[in-house]
Design a protein around this ligand. Structure first.
Ligand SMILES: C[S@@+](CC[C@H](N)C(=O)[O-])C[C@H]1O[C@@H](n2cnc3c(N)ncnc32)[C@H](O)[C@@H]1O
Length: 310
């Protein structure tokens, strides 16, 4: 294996020791051979969204700021978004892109949007839409490509993410997608929006309550807010047994919570959970809150809510 990969045999053997004892790779002591079961290979190889390997890049990135987080354990405060740049843009893009392309069973447009009721039909007719905390804007661009009559605006505070989003919109030849560096606590209510999306972008906000208020204010009566966020309970005890929960809490400690606390924020944490999310949506004035599982995606829930008509 080392020979085929052009790697040092001693390192590969030590690494395999970890994978065998971790139950990822099988080992036959008689033949001293290693096997990767097909069902494990499905989650660790290939260019599809089932390959979890790109997500593991987050672990390497977050290790770089470990010292600063350790200081925050002692002194309080946190580590700001800027400390994770410039690598953050690429790592986040790599971890989300495939899921939006063809994960969630068949991708964002065909897998997730149908969970939002009549929204696909309204998008097809042509409406004003915002994608808050859009990162590299892949979600915005995918929707803009699928719904040419609608107009999409993506907002993020990170400049290099917005540049990447604009470049992709140009590559797709989109005239109906635009991107702006904007702190969405200042989201504008003009022109009024008929739909707002937030993909994995509420729980790490410094001031999530204000962001939800602004989204509510920017929507027309009857407008729809679609929030894709981590699937968890707000009660720790309910998350015991969820195999993804240790990773979710760890990423929170090392990134999502600390970026919020760095600015004296709410520090909701990645596992803020459905109960808190429902309470905060209600406090911002949203009604008809529905929470859906995403087929094929154990990590996220889709919250669909509305601004009341009257
Ligand atoms: C976890 S990332 C998700 C990015 C993207 N939606 C995705 O799914 O790949 C959260 C994003 O929210 C952005 N963000 C955080 N606070 C923000 C704020 N107040 N205004 C605008 N963007 C914000 C971050 O810069 C980051 O790109």
């Amino acid at each position: 294996m080392a020979g085929r990969a052009g790697l040092s045999e001693r390192y590969v053997r030590e690494w395999l020791g970890a994978l065998v004892t971790g139950g990822i790779v099988g080992y036959d002591p008689e033949s001293r051979s290693y096997t990767l079961p097909a069902e494990h290979a499905a989650c660790l190889t290939g260019g599809g969204s089932a390959n979890l390997a790109p997500i593991s890049l987050i672990n390497a990135l977050l290790a770089k700021t470990l010292g600063s987080v350790a200081r925050a354990f002692q002194e309080g405060g946190g580590v700001p978004y800027d400390a994770f740049r410039p690598e953050f843009t690429d790592v986040l893009d790599a971890s989300g892109r495939l899921a939006y392309d063809e994960g969630l069973v068949v991708g964002l447009v065909e897998g997730l949007l149908p969970l939002t009721g009549e929204l696909p039909a309204r998008l097809a007719d042509g409406i004003q839409v915002a994608d808050v905390g859009c990162g590299t804007g892949h979600t915005t661009n995918l929707m803009a490509r699928a719904y040419p009559r609608s107009t999409f605006a993506g907002y993020d505070i990170i400049e290099d993410s917005i540049e990447r989003a604009r470049a992709e919109a140009a590559e797709y030849g989109l005239a109906n997608a635009s991107f702006e560096v904007l702190d969405v606590t200042r989201l504008r209510a003009d022109p009024p929006l008929e739909a707002v999306f937030a993909f994995d972008a509420i729980h790490d906000q410094v001031d999530p309550a204000t962001v939800l208020d602004r989204i509510h204010e920017a929507l027309v009566p009857g407008g729809v807010f679609v929030m894709v966020d981590i699937k968890s309970s707000s009660s720790l005890e309910d998350n015991v047994g969820n195999p993804l929960a240790p990773w979710v809490y760890s990423v929170s400690t090392l990134h999502c919570m600390t970026v919020s606390l760095a600015h004296g924020g709410a520090g909701l944490g990645t596992a803020w959970g459905e109960q808190v999310a429902r309470r905060m949506l209600a406090e911002a004035g949203f009604v008809d809150v529905e929470v859906h599982d995403v087929p094929g995606d154990p990590l996220n829930s889709v919250y669909v809510s509305r601004k009341p008509v009257a």
